[in-house]
Design a protein around this ligand. Structure first.
Ligand SMILES: *Cc1c(COP(=O)(O)O)cnc(C)c1O
Length: 354
């Protein structure tokens, strides 16, 4: 605390990201990064871009990247907004679409950046408790006063909500925006992007950090009808014209175009996930039905905080949240087959020694 801090700096409660440890002997399964490198074409394009033009500002509108994303989803460039990670787009969305005198709604167990942004921008919020099985209570999101935001699949639970339910939420909020944070959608059944042309109140936010192995490059995108995209552009241009640098734009273009590589790595992770879940269940863990690149697991006779600490001591980093009612769960990112085998061996050795 300093006397020079503004009221906002004093008041805010910053988000705490998962630990970033750069030791190569640690198996890092705590922040849902992709265990595979990005497409080789991404590296090539970034390399090519470094060889020229770094003296010049990047395109403030990133038109080519937006066209590439649009064609992946059969949308048009006017439906696409790009940003420095989806976290930045979430922040812009709170300013562009939520008001300080109307309560927004998000799930009580959800991405912990939402309350941070709500606080920072002075937006009142109602946290909606999940059902006991961690599914979303769809009707509790009907007729929100000031808009709705939720991840689908949800984080950190990994649970997916079907598009019929997403439609119900959209239809019961005709005058409010509904923001669907699809950070993990590529590991799930179906994206709400197919609903964009039907619902003017739908904004879908995705990221290249998980399924496209680019957490280090910081690229996210939002999709919606052009009026919504314009709202985001107004906020962005009141903040920073060049949120994406040249290397990020070049790498992201290559990533979205290399569909084969994306499908290969995504399918591999889904297969590893299904195998890991069945192995965990054999060992007595309950695992929520995951449609993400992580699993959320609990064991009837092992405390999650101890499990987290014991795994860490054995060189495996997972995520544990201390808050109720998820204090007895651990969240495990799906790594390579070898990494998951090591995880299971370690879990076995821990049970044997306890
Ligand atoms: C990882 C994640 C994000 C942030 O993604 P970035 O694009 O890396 O900022 C947003 N929402 C959820 C739910 C996430 O898990």
């Amino acid at each position: 605390m300093s006397k020079f801090w503004s009221e906002a700096a004093r008041r805010c409660k910053p988000y705490v990201p998962g630990e970033q440890i750069n030791r190569t002997d640690i198996i890092k399964l705590n922040t849902n990064e992709n265990p595979y490198p990005p497409s080789p074409k991404v590296i090539q394009e970034i390399q090519r871009e470094t060889d020229r033009k770094l003296n010049l500002y990047p395109s403030p509108t990133a038109d080519k990247l937006r066209e590439d994303i649009a064609s992946f989803y059969q949308l048009s460039k006017e439906n696409i907004f790009v940003g420095n990670g989806s976290d930045e787009i979430l922040a812009f969305s709170f300013v562009a679409f939520f008001d300080t005198d109307k309560k927004i709604r998000y799930p009580a167990i959800s991405y912990s950046f939402y309350p941070v942004y709500a606080d920072l921008f002075g937006i009142p919020a109602e946290e909606v408790p999940l059902h006991e099985d961690f599914t979303l209570p769809v009707k509790d999101f009907f007729q929100a006063e000031g808009g709705v935001i939720f991840p689908n699949p949800n984080a950190p639970t990994s649970v997916y909500l079907g598009l019929d339910s997403v439609k119900e939420i959209l239809e019961s909020n005709p005058d409010q925006i509904v923001i669907v944070d699809e950070a993990y959608i590529d590991f799930a059944e179906a994206s709400a992007t197919s609903l964009i042309n039907t619902y003017e109140n739908l904004l879908v936010i995705q990221t290249m950090s998980k399924s496209r192995s680019l957490a280090g490059l910081r690229v996210g995108f939002a999709m919606g009808q052009p009026e919504l995209i314009e709202g985001l552009v107004r906020i962005k241009d009141s903040f920073n014209s060049y949120t994406l640098d040249r290397l990020a734009i070049a790498g992201a273009e290559a990533a979205i175009r290399d569909v084969d590589y994306f499908k290969d790595t995504t399918n591999k992770i889904i297969m590893t996930r299904e195998w890991t879940v069945s192995e965990m269940k054999k060992r007595g863990y309950s695992v929520l039905p995951s449609q993400t690149n992580f699993i959320f697991a609990t064991h009837p006779d092992q405390r999650a905080d101890r499990l987290y600490a014991n795994l860490k001591e054995n060189g495996i980093l997972v995520r544990h949240f201390k808050s109720k009612p998820i204090e007895n769960y651990i969240r495990i990112t799906i790594g390579t087959d070898e990494q998951m085998q090591k995880l299971l061996r370690t879990l076995d050795s821990l049970t044997a020694s306890s």
